[in-house]
Design a protein around this ligand. Structure first.
Ligand code: NAD
Ligand code: UDP
Ligand code: UDP
Length: 313
């Protein structure tokens, strides 16, 4: 039985990953400091013998015995990662050092949840893994972007220097059930606003684009990346190449919820990337993966989740 550590396992993506790993027969250790995640996300796993939840901050050393590590610990939405930016960089950098040190000691395979933010406000479209990005090192998004870039550097140096088995996946915008309702991300914001009949807040003109991947597709790609041969390190983009403007997303959410909310235009936050779309040729080739869930079907699932959540509240 594989012993698998998931850091950030009580968060949005982490909890779906824990579900999937337990279902596949792994013995899962979920480590989380509950900064943005919660016990509720893994509630259905708490009674199981093959699942353990540990409250711990990855900025501090962790001594456990495992075969694989998925390193997801890090707040992911701008509101949360900008709330305590120093802690955000510490989580990415000290967290990576500790998890790499752990992987080195126990000879575990380790996967880093990196991000499309390493490309910053890209000049190349869509973004291939070979693109080095255009990132502001001193802006309000830098704690996240540069923290994640430094974590990638650490992964590749542990690979070169200590021959660690590493996998780096660059995740593009992902959505689905268990997103935090107040995390300020566009999909959760629009759905919650539509369901409550509040204005839909579009930042800027709404012409900026994003490419949204449904959570199930994303988790499938992460598990496939972990299972690749030792010679494959990534970085590999995972995301859905379907690209939409924020205005199109708002219209879609309005039509799927049947809401009469109005569009309200607000200022664009600084350093907000104008466009983003993954080039997933490498993932197609190396993981034999591509996303299956289209935006409309994924939004329906996510809307159903938020409806239940708001009703329960
Ligand atoms: P999330 O905020 O729901 O999950 C992050 C989890 O990490 C939370 O449970 C939080 O409590 C935990 N955490 C934060 N700091 C910690 C620390 N110091 N020690 C231990 N636990 C800590 O976000 P998510 O969307 O599930 O993102 C998971 C990972 O995927 C993150 O690393 C994020 O950067 C990456 N990612 C996500 C997206 C996306 O669209 N969701 C896109 C790119 C990258
Ligand atoms: N570390 C950890 N768990 C372990 C092994 C190491 O948390 O099982 C931490 C350790 O505290 C150290 C970091 O990982 O700060 C990096 O470890 P490494 O062995 O690479 O470096 P060193 O200990 O030589 O600084
Ligand atoms: N956005 C928006 N209204 C909102 C929240 C976000 O128009 O209520 C925009 C935001 O400015 C950005 C895009 O939607 O251009 C995606 O934002 P999100 O925070 O979800 O992800 P990221 O910017 O990290 O890709």
């Amino acid at each position: 039985m594989q012993r698998v550590l998931v850091t950030g396992g009580a968060g949005f993506l982490g909890s779906h990953l824990c579900d999937r790993l337990v279902r596949e027969g792994a013995d899962v250790l979920c480590v989380d400091n509950f900064y943005t995640g919660s016990r509720r996300n893994v509630e259905s796993l708490l009674d199981r013998k093959d699942f353990e939840l540990m409250r711990h901050d990855v900025c501090f050393p962790l001594y456990v015995e495992v075969d694989q590590i998925y390193n997801l610990a890090c707040p992911a939405s701008p509101i949360h990662y900008q709330f305590d930016p120093v802690q955000t960089t510490k989580t990415s950098v000290h967290g990576a050092i500790n998890m790499l040190g752990l992987a080195k000691r126990v000879k575990a395979k380790i996967l880093q949840a990196s991000t499309s933010e390493v490309y910053g406000d890209p000049e190349l479209h869509p973004q291939p893994e070979s693109y080095w990005g255009k990132v502001n090192p001193v802006g309000i998004r830098s704690c996240y972007d540069e923290g994640k870039r430094c974590a990638e550097t650490l992964f590749f140096d542990y690979w070169r220097q200590h021959k660690l088995r590493i996998k780096v996946v660059r995740i593009f915008n992902t959505y689905g059930p268990r997103m935090h309702p107040n995390d300020g991300r566009v999909v959760s914001n629009f759905i919650v606003q539509a369901l409550k009949g509040e204005d839909i807040t579009i930042y800027g003109t709404g012409e900026q684009t994003r490419s949204f991947c449904y959570v199930d597709d994303l988790i499938e790609a992460m598990v496939l990346a972990m299972a690749t041969g030792d010679d494959f390190t990534g970085p590999v983009n995972i995301g859905n190449p379907g690209e939409f403007t924020m205005r199109e997303l708002a219209e879609k959410v309005l039509s799927l919820t049947g809401s009469r909310s109005k569009l309200a235009f607000e200022p664009l936050p600084s350093d907000d990337p104008r466009q983003r779309q993954p080039d997933i040729r490498l993932a197609r080739q190396e993981l034999e993966w591509e996303p299956k869930v289209n935006l409309e079907d994924g939004l329906k699932e996510t809307i159903a989740y938020f409806r239940r959540l708001l009703y329960a509240q």
